[in-house]
Write a protein that binds this ligand. Structure first.
Ligand code: XLS
Ligand code: NI
Ligand code: NI
Length: 434
């Protein structure tokens, strides 16, 4: 046992606990909602990078967090893992996620980094077994080290492409070994700073080739989990190729991978792309590529990927409504890709952030489930499109030609009447549940 969380006790569901007690007030893992335990619906995961590897810097100042495991040795990496699993035991969330660079020290060579990584993977494996915490997904950090400054798969230098491919191979192996349920690709620097020095066509083709190899390798090793792309429009690059869900779908179609790859949708990335979270979720579900979510919240004033913990129930409710409508998670889950504010220095802040995030999600989720069970929105939607059920309208969608339709309309049988979209009535309806 480390003493990092020394005076903090495991967090329990206790809706009536005193105000100053850390407790789940809405998240009851065992409560049955929409036919399933809440824990099995929401599938919460803690993100290793934000919780244990982020030093608290911003563009104007460096580290604010003083963590005993900061440093680049194997002993410190093990200490970090010890503290991480102690936090998982306090929170009781079922999953966690990592990048290779979050969990192992960087070596002087590829081979050294690989040895460090494999040793830590075994260390995590033992802990996972004793504690029961599972891996929602693994991923490779192909953006922090300076070798990736011009991208990973999309780098103008083929040696960086090869380095990235080799790294992804090892991360897929490790994810498979730990029985991870998904493998995520977030194209950290897959994009450009300026078109003046960029061959966009080549870079997209390189990214497609990398993804094809990832899918091939997944099948080769028998990894049954999902391969998920995480869209993001910009930051760190000016323009990222995985801009949003629709863009990723076009990319998957171009390379024939739409049946192999799904998306991991992050709230803050949706906002950066000028969408709402629920827009991205609904689009993924309509296109049949919904996979998982990174739950967080952007600051709407700063316009930046601020990765705050969620704290707005109505927004979260609309997001989970789309998740439930899509049939819920299969391999995916709710990963808190969220970090503390840099003034939140204390160990207790880390626990409170996750407890609050889980409670906000639970409230939103319950509201979403109740709304779906009530069926008001679906009824209104079905009524709005009911005209399309008529046989004549169906022929317009199937085999009618423009001139045939013109004959019908010109014959006077068609006289469209505007009808209310009832937006305010529907907003009032939603408000009853949140
Ligand atoms: C960064 C991304 C990153 C991915 C994993 O904005 O959200 O954290 O989720 O590489
Ligand atoms: Ni992000
Ligand atoms: Ni993310």
């Amino acid at each position: 046992m480390t003493d990092f969380f020394a005076d903090i006790s495991p967090v329990k569901y206790a809706p009536d606990a005193p105000a100053d007690t850390l407790a789940y007030r809405h998240y009851n893992p065992d409560e049955i909602v929409a036919g399933k335990r809440m824990e099995d619906h929401l599938r919460f995961a803690v993100a290793w990078w934000h919780s244990f590897a982020w030093p608290g810097g911003d563009p104007f100042g460096g580290q604010t967090f003083d963590r005993p495991w900061f440093g680049n040795t194997m002993d410190l990496a093990r200490l970090k893992a010890d503290v991480a699993f102690e936090m998982f035991a306090l929170l009781g969330q079922p999953y966690y996620c990592w990048h290779d660079a979050d969990i192992r020290p960087e070596g002087d060579s590829f081979a050294q980094s690989k040895r460090n990584f494999e040793e830590i993977i075994d260390y995590l494996g033992t802990k996972m077994e004793t504690q029961g915490t599972k891996l929602l997904w693994g991923t490779a950090n192909l953006f922090s080290h300076r070798r990736f400054m011009s991208g990973a798969a999309t780098n103008p230098d083929p040696e960086v492409f090869a380095w990235s491919a080799a790294t992804v191979k090892n991360c897929l192996d490790a994810t498979h070994k730990l029985k991870g349920e998904n493998y995520v690709l977030w194209g950290g620097r897959e994009g450009y700073e300026t078109l003046l020095n960029t061959d966009l066509k080549r870079e997209r083709a390189q990214a497609g080739r990398m993804l094809q190899m990832v899918v091939d390798y997944k099948h080769k090793i028998g990894f049954k989990g999902g391969i998920l792309i995480e869209p993001k429009p910009q930051e760190p690059t000016k323009h990222q190729y995985d801009y949003d869900v629709a863009t990723v779908y076009g990319f998957l179609k171009e390379f024939g991978l739409e049946g192999e790859v799904q998306v991991n949708i992050e709230q803050g990335h949706a906002i950066l792309a000028g969408h709402s979270f629920e827009h991205e979720l609904a689009t993924a579900s309509a296109l049949g590529i919904f996979g998982s979510i990174d739950m967080n919240r952007n600051d709407y004033q700063s316009g930046w990927d601020t990765d705050q913990f969620p704290n707005t129930v109505p927004e979260v409710a609309l997001a989970y409504y789309e998740v439930l409508k899509a049939g819920g998670f299969t391999t995916g889950g709710t990963n808190f890709d969220a970090k503390l504010r840099r003034q939140s220095l204390d160990p207790v802040d880390l626990i409170a952030a996750h407890v609050g995030g889980m409670d906000v999600c639970a409230r939103g989720f319950k509201a979403a489930a109740a709304m779906l069970a009530d069926g008001g929105l679906e009824e209104a939607r079905a009524a709005r499109y009911a005209g399309w059920d008529a046989p004549q309208a169906q022929t317009w969608l199937q085999d009618a030609t423009l001139d045939q339709i013109e004959t019908t309309v010109a014959g006077g049988a068609i006289d469209p009447q505007p009808r209310s979209g009832r937006q305010e009535i529907l907003e009032n309806y939603v408000n009853r549940f949140v």
